[in-house]
Design a protein around this ligand. Structure first.
Ligand SMILES: Cc1cc2nc3c(=O)[nH]c(=O)nc-3n(C[C@H](O)[C@H](O)[C@H](O)COP(=O)(O)OP(=O)(O)OC[C@H]3O[C@@H](n4cnc5c(N)ncnc54)[C@H](O)[C@@H]3O)c2cc1C
Ligand code: FES
Length: 311
């Protein structure tokens, strides 16, 4: 049986064991969220030996070279020594600058990073509160905002949401790996219709993309649709309306869950040049995407990031 070593601890594990499960089962706490190779909450450092990796493409060549692996995607096939991601050593520090409720369930967290973070609108990173790590998307803009902003859905209980509700100004938090998903703004899209379809806090990264598009002088029509459980959860209604006042090419539609089916049935493409960016819960993103394909949107013009719940 292969031997798995972490620090001074050694365990024998069944060949082919999932590395994440093997570590957690043996008392080495490794956080995880998606279990799909997308969030990177489960990073471990491979110090000796090699594991069988189902998704080597999920990490950059440089990260793989340095020995980083996603535990959820790896199987133990041989003796191996790993070190878990230590947020104090491997992450970077930030301080809570503001924690405000934008709606009954959406918490806006503004963090001041100790070191400047280079990112683009729409990216996400892993936030660490103590030993709990979860992926969250940036709602801020690198050139405009001196803080990092996140919109956290705290409607349901959850390890990170519970910790986030208790955060106060001045508290420390660690930032894990910065990741790029599908969401971004490309200046080449300047004249094309741009649709930003968000469910819940999926609006956070799309708000960043929207502001980036406007900052870069997007000329084509921009349509923002925000789907929320109910009207009280249209948490950016005011700032969106304020942007629309100054940008005649921007239209905002606020939908509640009860209105979704009827609204989707009426969704028509005005131009085959339309680009659609989608974000939020997988079921909602799927519903938007299916309707857009039916309406004739070419697949390569749809970019989506899904907020995979914890696997
Ligand atoms: C790339 C990416 C970016 C993301 N960006 C954002 C973002 O910007 N904003 C955002 O709000 N979310 C975002 N998410 C989703 C977020 O990371 C997950 O929802 C995360 O699991 C929340 O962590 P948690 O610790 O609060 O909940 P978890 O503890 O991870 O629980 C996950 C879900 O299970 C439920 N649950 C937990 N324990 C129990 C129990 N005992 N019984 C029943 N149900 C339970 C919780 O209510 C919760 O809904 C993103 C996800 C990904 C993959
Ligand atoms: S990448 Fe492994 S848990 Fe998300």
């Amino acid at each position: 049986m292969p031997e798995l070593q972490v620090g001074e601890h050694r365990f024998s594990v069944a060949p082919g064991s999932n590395l994440l499960d093997a570590l957690n089962r043996n008392g080495v706490s490794v956080p995880y969220s998606c279990r799909a190779g997308s969030c990177h909450a489960c990073l471990v450092h491979c110090l000796r030996g090699e594991v069988s990796d189902r998704r080597p493409d999920a990490l950059s060549a440089a990260q793989r070279e340095q020995g980083w692996r996603l535990a959820c995607q790896c199987e133990v096939v041989d003796d191996v020594q790993v070190a878990v991601f230590d947020p104090l050593l491997d992450g970077s520090p930030a301080v809570v600058e503001a924690a405000d409720w934008l709606s009954p369930s959406v918490l806006r967290l503004r963090l001041a990073p100790e070191r400047p973070l280079r990112y683009r609108a729409g990216q996400h990173l892993v936030l660490w509160a103590g030993s709990v790590a979860r992926p969250y998307s940036l709602a801020s803009l690198p050139l405009e905002d001196r803080f990092l902003e996140f919109h956290l859905d705290c409607r349901l209980p959850g390890a990170f949401s519970d910790a986030a509700r208790r955060l106060e100004v001045g508290d420390s938090i660690r930032l894990g790996e910065l990741r790029g998903g599908a969401l971004h703004y490309d200046p080449d899209w300047c004249a094309r219709p741009l649709w930003l379809l968000a469910a819940g806090t999926g609006l956070g990264p799309l708000f960043g993309v929207l502001r980036e598009a406007l900052r870069q002088g997007h000329q084509g029509p921009i349509r923002v649709i925000h789907l929320a459980h109910d009207a009280s959860e249209h948490y950016l209604a005011k700032p969106l309306a304020a942007l629309a006042v100054n940008h005649p090419n921007l239209t905002i539609e606020l939908l509640t869950a009860a209105e979704l089916t009827a609204a989707l049935a009426q969704l028509r493409l005005v131009s085959r040049q339309t680009l659609a960016l989608l974000c939020g819960h997988p079921d909602r993103v799927d519903a938007f995407a299916r309707r857009l394909y039916l309406a004739g949107l070419p697949r390569n013009q749809l970019l989506a990031d899904v907020f995979l719940p914890r696997g």
